[in-house]
Design a protein around this ligand. Structure first.
Ligand SMILES: [Zn+2]
Ligand SMILES: [Zn+2]
Length: 437
């Protein structure tokens, strides 16, 4: 299974190599040496996948149209994290039409939990995020956002439509399900607070495996990115306050210039990734805001730096946090002042269960989907909080998007919607078989 997984990942890895991933390049050339026959068979697999997918969409045309309508309704009516009231009501309506029962004992202010299947047997969860972003849409689509300054620019509208579709498919097969599928429509992913609300509601109780997906603009429709281990980064934030002593700009010796101190901190922080993190690991430290000063001829009292740290491994995460504090306080001390660090602990890294990842490759291929093994993404995802509680798998669904996540002209190819729905339903069913041994 492992080698199948790696083989199927070749295409994307080849692209990634071009972007300079030395480690994967070496791994790749070892694989190429072992698997010289691959080039042609890979081409065939691609063509087969496209054919199957074409059949697929035709066979499910009514289903595809319904999911498109759901996605477009949500796209027109985006709601920000924690404000997803209309979205929740709409989801409730779509599920109600299918006769799906709500698990309202798990109380959420926005978002909802529903269940399909038996009252006995194992419980498997499927999760979609439902919130939008404070972005002014620039797609020019006929179903563009009707709300000023708000947009589904991360494709959570598509995720929601996909989970509604999966719910419908599972409901149709309810009698044959050996357990229960808990459907989690999670609020507030963009603020990374929703998953914790869901966990606090008790909705993860008794769940033995959880699955979720994110659209991926740079993967083609019909392709699924599946990777065991770390897939997305821990996303922490920081605010550094540098204390200065204000003075006339012409008499700097009478004060302490926080802008000079802040500048040295920004520079010194760059050495953490390059000098403290091993070449086998990866991390990002980005300072994204610097605020200080009010006048051209005044040395200000304070400088404030904001930014983010991305890591894939808990040890690297802890190391960076420790070094970060040392660098900030050390540099400030060198200039005779102090600086404080407020660390904003974000979601941990998305780390996928190995067995679930292997099973998912099989499930995706059985559906006629092409599978690749993507490199980890430095973006964050609060699905990781669930994976701290139960084994979970998060995967990327190819959507042939024109732009990256959070771009004002972001869009998804809607042909991916039924594929995602069938995939989620298949993952839940397959998990039952693994749980039953
Ligand atoms: Zn997002
Ligand atoms: Zn997202």
């Amino acid at each position: 299974m492992r080698s199948e997984l790696e083989q199927s990942g070749r295409k994307l890895e080849q692209q990634d190599e071009e972007q300079g991933s030395k480690q994967d390049e070496e791994q790749q050339s070892r694989q190429d040496a072992k698997q010289g026959h691959q080039k042609d068979s890979e081409k065939q697999t691609d063509e087969q996948a496209e054919q199957l997918q074409a059949q697929y969409v035709v066979h499910d045309e009514a289903f595809a149209e319904e999911l498109t309508a759901i996605r477009r309704y949500l796209h027109r009516n985006p709601e920000l994290s924690g404000e997803e009231k209309e979205t929740t009501a709409a989801i409730r309506g779509w599920l109600e039409k299918e006769g799906i029962r709500f698990a309202d004992e798990y109380k959420l202010r926005t978002g909802l939990v529903a269940e399909v299947g038996q009252t006995e047997g194992p419980i498997v969860a499927l999760r979609a995020d439902i919130d939008a972003l404070p972005i002014q849409e620039q797609t020019g689509l006929e179903f563009a956002s009707q709300i000023e300054g708000r947009m589904h620019a991360c494709g959570h509208d598509a995720h929601t439509a996909i989970l509604v579709g999966a719910a419908r498919l599972l409901k149709q097969r309810e009698a044959s399900l050996p357990g229960r599928v808990r459907l989690i429509f999670q609020p507030s992913e963009e603020k990374a607070t929703g998953a914790r609300q869901v966990i606090q509601s008790g909705a993860l109780n008794e769940v033995q495996a959880i699955f979720g997906l994110h659209n991926k603009p740079d993967l083609r429709v019909g392709t699924v990115g599946i990777r065991e281990g770390a897939l997305m980064a821990a996303a922490d934030g920081f605010v550094v306050k540098v204390e200065g002593v204000g003075t006339h700009a012409a008499v700097p010796e009478a004060g302490i210039d926080p802008i000079v101190v802040a500048s040295h901190i920004v520079t010194a922080l760059q050495a953490i990734v390059s000098r403290n993190v091993s070449a086998q690991e990866s991390a990002v430290i980005s300072v994204t805001k610097i605020h200080s000063g009010t006048a051209w001829n005044v040395i200000p009292e304070e400088a404030v730096l904001d930014g983010t740290v991305r890591t894939f491994d808990e040890k690297v995460r802890a190391l960076i946090r420790e070094r970060f504090n040392q660098v900030v306080s050390g540099v400030a001390a060198a200039y005779g002042t102090r600086a404080t660090v407020r660390w904003i602990q974000g979601p941990p890294a998305v780390v996928n269960d190995e067995l679930l990842a292997e099973d998912a490759v099989q499930a995706a291929q059985q559906l006629g989907l092409n599978t690749v093994r993507p490199l980890p993404s430095p973006a964050g995802e609060d699905f990781s909080f669930y994976q701290k509680e139960v084994p979970g798998l998060f995967l990327f669904l190819g959507t042939s998007g024109p732009h990256e996540w959070h771009h004002p002209a972001f869009d998804v190819n809607e042909q991916a919607l039924p594929l995602g729905a069938h995939l989620l339903a298949a993952l839940a069913e397959q998990a039952f078989y693994r749980l039953q041994g």
